[in-house]
Structure formats: C-alpha cells, structure tokens
Ligand binder design. Structure first.
Ligand SMILES: NC(=O)c1ccc[n+]([C@@H]2O[C@H](COP(=O)([O-])OP(=O)(O)OC[C@H]3O[C@@H](n4cnc5c(N)ncnc54)[C@H](OP(=O)(O)O)[C@@H]3O)[C@@H](O)[C@H]2O)c1
Length: 333
C-alpha cells in the first residue's frame, strides 16, 4: 500500500542566496502530477546533482527542491496501459531532479514517456551503478561506432577518466576491444584506471597543449571527453584523419579554443552528446547494450554505496572533482 510520507533530501534557499540541504519527510501530495508513481530504491550521484544541490539556477530554477537526475524502482501506481504496479523501471534525465523532484527521495511521480522498463539481465542497483553517467558513456561509444571508429583504427582518449562518465566510457571501450588512453588529474589512481582497462594513463598537463598550434601530431582514432576547455581543444587537434570526438561535459571549462583546421584538413567529427533529450528509442537501445555486450563483469570496482544521510559529503566531493567512479544512493538504508 502506498505510504503518505517518505524520506527525501530537500535543498532550501535561506537568506543571502545560501542553500542548505537536509533529509526530511515529504508527502506524496508534494509531488507533481504525472502518470507513473515510482517507489525509488536506488539513485546515483551525478555532477549535475551537485549543481542542483548547491543552488545552480542553470540546473534548478525553484527551491525548495529534491535533486537526483537518476532513479530506479518499482511502479506503485500508473495511469494508462504503459506500466503496471510491480514493474521494475529506470527513470533518468528529462526534467527529473532538475525542476521535477528527483531520485534523492523515496518516491517520484513522472510522465510515462520518461520511464524505461528495466532491461533483462540488469538489477535495479546495477542500473544505478551506470545511471546517467554510464548511459552517457554508452551514448558516446554508440556515436563513435556509428561513425565507423572500430578498435583496429587505433587508440581512444578518455578524459576525466576517474569520473562517472569517464570511468564507464573507459571500461566499456576496453571491454569492446579498444585500446584506451586515460587522462586524469589523479595520477595516484593510475592502478584503478589500469584495472578498468586503460593501456596508458597520462596526466592532465600531458594532455594539454598551450602552444596554440592549430594541428598537433595525430594520435587518437577517437575521443570521449567530459571536461571541455583546453584538454578538449588539445584532443581535437591531436585526432587522426577522419577520427571522431564526443563532447558531453564542461567540468574544466565550457570554452573551446580551436579553429576549423581539424575539421577541414583532417575530416574530424565533433559529436555533441545530450543525454537529457536523447530519443527514447536510442535510450532503450543503449540500456539493452549496457545489459548485454557492454555489461561490466565487476561493477564493485568502480562504485560505492551511500545512504541519503551520507549523500551530503559525496555532493561536496563530486563538486571538488574528487569523485572516483560512481556513488549509488540506497534509498532503503
Ligand atoms: N551532456 C550530457 O548528456 C551529460 C551527461 C552526463 C554528464 N555530463 C557532464 O559530463 C561531465 C562529467 O560528469 P560526471 O558525472 O562524470 O562527473 P564526475 O564524476 O565529477 O567526473 C568528472 C571528472 O572530470 C575530471 N575533472 C574534474 N575537474 C577537472 C578540471 N578542472 N579539469 C580537468 N578535468 C577535471 C575528474 O577526473 P580526473 O581526476 O580523473 O581527471 C573528475 O572526476 C559534467 O560536466 C557533466 O555535467 C553531461
């Protein structure tokens, strides 16, 4: 039977544009209209959640608010025929956790169009090990493959490699037979990256060229970038003829200092990734691949588990660029 109140993180604005986070009880009446009510069992922490949890208006306009762009759980109530009570489902991105109360609460209510049936061969907890970061890494891999970047063409560069998107991109590429070079700011985590499948680990300074040359020696067949800025600029200028570079994040910088030469002299593709608006057909195709050919044998290597109460300190860590792998939030603890 559906409960009337549930536990959730609430971010509130106090005077002076300061934001505070607390774990509190919310009512189902606090949730918006929507076709599907889901009892959330697991969520996960993404960089965007850190921004929402600290009052970043580019992510969340109105407070008080419950962040959490990822949720996995069981349908408790559903209007229409798309889902039935008891169905196991995943909800990621769209507006979840941005301006719609998100997965850092034990219940969400969302449109049926946002809901993905949990694929066979994946548990709710495993789905949140991947979450938006793993799904985005999957979109990047799919885009490289769609552009004909096969393992025999050479090395793939992955930036932000210890982070959520980076660590899953690295592991899924390695599992698919690619040689992967990892860029990290945490050289003390070199062994972690090698265990995930990196053939070489380089520092951010090695991956950053400041000479301003429009083209550098071509090394990469493909790139998965989640940091932007000078590292992305260097990666594009170091990509080989007809290579492809996916771009999804801006933790280093939203700026990109390049000119047109990599595109008109080497035929390189710069491919944007926006998981939030990704069509449902591609979303479902990617989840299926994650549950089968890209499924990683040991997710415990790159995930840790926390409760709602422990989430506060993890939010500070991800915003400081200190996250390693993925943090799964267990809403039942
Ligand atoms: N477009 C989309 O659809 C989409 C989807 C998901 C995420 N994103 C974006 O992708 C980015 C990464 O997300 P995430 O969840 O993977 O975050 P994350 O877990 O915090 O990982 C980001 C990683 O980037 C590296 N990094 C941090 N600060 C840096 C800096 N100043 N310069 C260079 N590298 C730095 C760190 O790895 P190392 O220490 O190993 O270098 C860090 O662990 C964010 O901007 C996020 O908003 C976009």
């Amino acid at each position: 039977m559906t409960v009337k109140t549930f536990r959730a993180m609430l971010v509130e604005e106090i005077e002076g544009a300061k934001f505070v986070r607390k774990i509190t009880h919310r009512s189902l009446d606090d949730l918006p209209e929507g076709e599907v009510l889901v009892r959330v069992h697991y969520s996960s922490l993404n960089y965007k959640d850190g921004l929402s949890a600290t009052g970043h208006r580019g992510v969340t306009k109105n407070y008080p608010h419950t962040p959490g762009i990822d949720a996995a759980g069981v349908v408790e109530d559903s209007l229409g025929h798309a889902f039935n009570p008891g169905d196991e489902v995943i909800v990621t991105s769209y507006d979840l956790g941005m301006n719609t109360p998100g997965g850092f609460g034990q219940y969400i209510r969302v449109p049926a169009a946002w809901v993905v049936p949990l694929p066979d061969n994946l548990s709710l907890k495993e789905s949140m090990a991947y979450g938006s970061a793993g799904l985005t890494a999957g979109f990047c891999l799919l885009k490289l493959q769609d552009r004909g970047i096969t393992p025999d063409l050479g090395e793939i560069l992955v930036t932000g490699a210890t982070g959520g998107v980076g660590s899953f991109a690295l592991a899924m590429l390695a599992q698919s037979g690619y040689q992967v070079v990892a860029v990290t700011g945490k050289m003390n985590e070199k062994q972690f990256l090698i265990d995930l499948g990196a053939t070489e680990v380089i520092s951010r300074s090695e991956a950053t060229d400041t000479t301003g040359k429009p083209l550098l020696k071509g090394r990469w067949a493909g790139v998965v970038d989640s940091v932007g800025g000078e590292i992305l600029s260097t990666a594009i200028r170091s990509t080989k003829l007809h290579g492809a570079v996916t771009c999804c994040g801006n933790v280093a910088s939203p700026d990109l200092h390049i000119n047109v030469y990599p595109f008109i002299l080497r035929g390189i593709s710069l491919v944007g990734i926006d998981s939030q608006s990704c069509p449902m057909s591609i979303r479902q195709r990617t989840w299926k691949k994650i549950a089968t050919e890209w499924k990683l044998p040991d997710l415990s290597r790159q995930t840790s588990l926390c409760s709602l109460e422990e989430l506060d300190r993890e939010i500070d860590r991800i915003l400081a660029g200190k996250q390693k792998g993925r943090v799964i939030v267990d809403l039942d603890r």
